[in-house]
Ligand binder design. Structure first.
Ligand code: ZN
Length: 332
């Protein structure tokens, strides 16, 4: 048994309360590699931002959960070495799909877990979430739950269609399950292909796809039902078109990749939305930098030569999100 407190990590309770009150959102960046971890920590320290480092099932399969835990511990020490006296870093399990996996993470140093019972019938979602909450709270670990289903594909999580969260269920669900935050479905979507061509309109100027707007009316109704309660948005990458263009220019094939416009995420950040999940944008930033580097330097074969610009490009993206979209800078 290793408590996250021994590792210098924090849970989300105080962080979310401040974010809701302050009208900003905490970045939740997925990580799988050392370069991603370094870029996240550098960006958070330079911007003086709290940060959630999250681990998906796919990340655990790729990198090994134990290694990722030690990387998060390393992230805290690295932040201090970079001059941050009191780093506010959460190690979060993204899309936990069973009580057992949540318990394993809590027992091994995670400070926050998500139990995703959104595919279950309503009462079963409550029962599973409550079971995780009871165990987690006994260890001062915070729990994110989900109501409503997001469309899209992300690691092991996929659904062909989305079902918006029903505002009339949120009070009953959060009260009976005891969750600390609630992921809702208002039109965000997992992956780099969030919408089909048919769901989008076409910008006549650029020829690019314009995605449908988020359901801010549902968000407003949820806030009315649960004033001040921390709300989470998954699937909130913007799929920056300059990165997509770079990838395609240097041999990639990502036609019609489209994300959530940043203006909409900025608007959401100012509401009770206090955690915004971003994964695909980091993948795109890394891939764009590597493709460009290989095209321009065909003789390079030392991974450090192409992972360094990849890390720089991810860091630039993380800083942009913190400063210009989520507003979590200067909060430490
Ligand atoms: Zn998600």
């Amino acid at each position: 048994m290793t408590s996250y407190k021994e590792l210098g990590l924090v849970n989300t309770r105080e962080m979310f309360a401040k974010a809701v009150a302050g009208g900003y959102a905490i970045p939740a960046f997925n990580f799988n590699t050392m370069e991603q971890m370094q870029a996240i920590v550098q960006a958070a320290v330079e911007c003086k931002s709290p940060v959630i480092m999250q681990v998906s099932k796919g990340a655990r399969a790729y990198a090994n959960g134990t290694i990722l835990r030690y990387m998060a511990q390393g992230a805290v020490e690295y932040a201090k070495e970079l001059g941050c006296e009191n780093p506010q870093i959460v190690l979060h399990l993204d899309h936990g799909d069973s009580f057992e996996i949540c318990k394993e993470c809590i027992d091994n140093g995670f400070s926050s877990v998500m139990i995703d019972g959104s595919h279950l019938p309503y009462e079963e979602n409550i029962a599973l979430t409550k079971k995780v909450v009871d165990y987690a709270h006994a260890h001062d670990v915070t729990v994110e739950a989900e109501l409503g289903v997001l469309a899209g594909v992300e690691d092991e999580v996929s659904s062909a269609v989305s079902h918006y969260t029903k505002p009339e269920e949120v009070v009953d669900f959060s009260t009976r399950s005891g969750c600390d935050s609630l992921a809702i479905s208002i039109g965000t979507s997992h992956g780099a292909y969030k919408f089909t061509r048919e769901q989008c309109t076409l910008d006549p100027q650029t020829g690019k796809l314009v995605p449908p707007p988020l359901a801010f009316d549902i968000l407003a109704e949820i806030e009315k039902q649960l004033p001040g309660f921390p709300i989470v948005l998954h699937g909130s990458s913007s799929v920056p078109q300059d990165e997509v263009d770079t990838i395609n220019k240097f041999g990639g094939q990502l036609p019609d990749a489209v994300g959530i416009p940043e203006e909409q995420l900025r608007k959401a950040s100012e509401s009770a939305v206090c955690k915004i999940n971003i994964d695909s944008d980091s993948r795109l930033a890394m891939t764009a930098a590597i493709r460009k580097h290989f095209a321009e330097n065909p003789g390079h074969f030392d991974p450090r030569q192409y992972l360094k610009p990849a890390r720089e490009n991810m860091k630039k993206m993380y800083i942009h999100k913190i400063m210009n979209v989520l507003g979590s800078n200067d909060k430490l």
